[in-house]
Ligand binder design. Structure first.
Ligand SMILES: Cc1cc2nc3c(=O)[nH]c(=O)nc-3n(C[C@H](O)[C@H](O)[C@H](O)COP(=O)(O)OP(=O)(O)OC[C@H]3O[C@@H](n4cnc5c(N)ncnc54)[C@H](O)[C@@H]3O)c2cc1C
Length: 385
């Protein structure tokens, strides 16, 4: 078994991993990022939509290299076919080409000094006196021991690494969107507009989407929960109404349970999907993986500089993300629980109301008056709040 030594080892080479390693390297740490696949960014398991905040966090420009579409707004379709429109400054966003975006992030990280090992799977942690001191990985059939002051687990929704350090990162099946998506060519859909579809028949426990990727391509997909049929079978049914040619099938899971109860321990931090840092309503995790990746990377560099990667020091990471995004995620989880209780009929009624409103300027009075007319909706709200 060969041996290596780094200040920081990052497990996982997509957004959370590349951003953590980028900011740890920029902060002066000697960093190794490990990715089990042979290429960064593939296979894509994402609808690729994100907000301008991602680029602000990363202090980079939304380059044409990896922006497939700029988005101005969205249509939200109720089960009965009614729809309302979301538009305005807060609705602007981007559809990325993640194969390029993710790899560009890894390239940036490498340019800042990060070493990268591909086709290398972390199998175990080195733990001494209760503190994580490195990883044991398998590279091309050979076992490698890599010592480190600290490890960042950025290994995605199926994360095992943080669990090996004793953190509870288990996500229950009822809290995971099971997703299937085609990238298609030739769909007749506006290039700057998203479409969302709700309904038990379309995507039980979730929703379906159409995200355009320029004029000719689009991601058409859905996420479901609590069904005994597969997401793929719902996708086949949803697609049957459109005329378009699939060029790629993407599948994957999205954790919706909110952030895990603890995101650090002696010698280890957990970040991105692995930590449940995903919006529990939309399932969006790109911006949160980038934001929390940056926070973890910066705290890692500080820990190396002061020579303290104890749990006591790394708590700083949890304090920072809790302050910056914790409140929003909790609110979103609360709203998701409300949505979970709504029937198709309830959603039809809500959309009937929203059809008549300017989404960015809905008055509390109008909403309350509307609720007053629909006791079932009020009952759901009272149960939750
Ligand atoms: C179908 C679908 C659609 C989505 N659409 C959107 C969207 O439109 N917008 C949005 O914001 N979010 C979306 N998401 C969520 C988003 O993709 C994730 O939140 C984001 O990719 C999380 O990044 P991450 O780096 O934390 O994890 P991942 O992207 O899962 O990366 C984890 C990496 O770790 C590697 N790895 C795992 N275990 C090991 C190991 N033991 N050793 C070495 N490497 C390992 C994996 O190979 C992988 O490359 C979607 C998700 C799905 C499934």
């Amino acid at each position: 078994m060969s041996k290596m030594k780094y200040d920081v080892v990052v497990v996982g080479g997509r957004i959370a991993g590349s951003v953590s390693s980028l900011f740890a390297s920029r902060g002066g740490a000697d960093v190794l990022m490990i990715e089990k696949r042979q290429e960064i960014g593939t296979p894509v398991q994402c609808a690729e939509g994100t907000t301008p905040a991602t680029f602000e966090t990363l202090e980079m420009k939304p380059s044409k290299r990896f922006v497939a579409s700029k988005i101005d707004g969205a249509d939200v379709h109720a089960p009965d076919g009614r729809k309302f429109q979301i538009a305005g400054e807060n609705s602007k966003g981007y559809i990325l080409e993640r194969k390029i975006f993710d790899k560009d992030l890894a390239v940036e990280s490498a340019k800042s000094g990060t070493d990268i090992m591909m086709k290398t799977t972390v199998k175990d942690l080195i733990i001494r006196d209760g503190k994580v001191c490195g990883v044991v990985a398998e590279h091309m059939g050979k076992s490698v021991e890599i010592e480190a002051d600290l490890v960042i687990a950025a290994d995605g929704v199926e994360s095992r690494v943080a669990k090996m350090a004793g953190l509870n990162t288990t996500k229950l099946p009822g809290d995971i969107y099971s997703c299937a998506q085609y990238e298609v060519v030739g769909l007749n859909t506006p290039p700057n507009w998203l479409k969302f579809y709700f309904g038990e028949e379309i995507a039980p426990g979730g929703y379906a989407w159409i995200f355009p990727k320029g004029k000719h391509r689009a991601n058409v997909g859905l996420g479901i929960r609590g069904s005994n049929k597969t997401a793929y079978s719902y996708l086949q049914k949803f697609m049957s109404q459109f005329s378009a040619t699939p060029v790629e099938l993407k599948v994957g899971g999205v954790p919706l349970s909110g952030v895990v109860s603890k995101t650090f321990t002696d010698g280890l931090m957990v970040v991105g999907d692995a930590a449940g840092q995903v919006d529990p309503i939309t399932g969006g995790g790109i911006h949160l993986a980038a934001a929390c990746g940056r926070m973890a990377g910066e705290v890692a560099a500080e820990a190396v500089e002061v020579g303290d990667s104890s749990s006591k020091f790394l708590k700083k990471y949890e304090d920072i993300w809790s302050e910056k995004i914790g409140g929003n995620l909790e609110t979103s989880l609360k709203y998701r629980r409300i949505l979970d209780k709504l029937t198709d009929k309830d959603i039809n009624i809500i959309v009937e109301f929203l059809e008549t409103q300017d989404f960015e300027a809905i008055s509390k009075l109008a909403a309350l008056k509307f609720m007053g007319k629909h006791p079932n909706l009020l009952k759901v709200l009272k149960e939750i709040l």
